[in-house]
Ligand binder design. Structure first.
Ligand SMILES: *Cc1c(COP(=O)(O)O)cnc(C)c1O
Length: 218
């Protein structure tokens, strides 16, 4: 099936209130433009350098989400390109985002990345440390927590990821209930090509899908 057909099928299949992020790593600007023409409204990029040519072609008719691991020296550029950063996992990176956004008079919506698989040396904050991080970010200007994101261990099969998604949803609901000032718990970004159906069953309202749109990566 073509990118166009894949996008149309996914949009028809997903519940109305679920945001679809097209995960575009390794795809060409032309491939991404085809997905946009077919109805994609949010592009997810893992690398700032890779996003630039696609952004140049497509521009801000769509929203751009950063979904990779953000390095401090890339934040300055990232805040100019992206409309949301889904992978904030430390006070340090949040402070850098806030600082760089202040310089361009912008407030960046971010998601907190949860290391729901509790994998050492992997991105994301452990679930038990999330609330403290969110409270710290809430005191910063030019950055706003708008939800949570998780991946789960890449080696796991979809069904094995269910407990990771479930724990992240429990955390999402708990933080939402706290109604912390300047925190807006709106988005729960979980699920990729092989796992999005399970993520939706566990309460995701944002899914990040690559292969099912663009085909298998080389
Ligand atoms: C690549 C990627 C995806 C999409 O993966 P697929 O299996 O191709 O759907 C989603 N989220 C992140 C963070 C990714 O890096």
């Amino acid at each position: 099936m073509s990118i166009t057909e894949n996008v149309k099928q996914l949009i028809a299949e997903l519940p109305q209130d679920v945001k679809l992020v097209a995960a575009a790593k390794t795809r060409t600007p032309d491939e991404i433009a085809e997905a946009v023409a077919a109805g994609i409204g949010i592009i997810g990029e893992n690398y700032v350098q890779e996003a630039e040519p696609a952004y140049q072609k497509i521009g801000n008719r769509v929203a751009w989400h950063f979904i990779g691991h953000l390095q401090k020296n890339k934040v300055k550029k990232a805040v100019t390109l992206f409309d949301m950063i889904e992978t904030v996992d430390s006070v340090e990176i949040a402070a850098e985002i806030a600082k760089r956004c202040a310089q361009i008079v912008k407030t960046m919506p971010v998601l907190i990345e949860i290391n729901s698989g509790r994998e050492a040396q992997k991105a994301g904050v452990y679930p038990e440390n999330a609330e403290q991080l969110i409270s710290a970010i809430a005191t910063m200007k030019n950055i706003r927590v708008t939800g949570l994101m998780t991946m789960g261990p890449l080696t796991m099969q979809a069904e094995e990821l269910r407990p990771c998604f479930r724990e992240t949803k429990v955390l999402f609901d708990r933080v939402k209930k706290l109604a912390l000032p300047d925190v807006e718990m709106r988005y729960l970004s979980m699920g990729m090509t092989d796992s999005y159906k399970i993520a939706l069953e566990e309460g995701a309202n944002m899914v990040r899908i690559g292969s099912k749109i663009f085909g298998q990566r080389a």
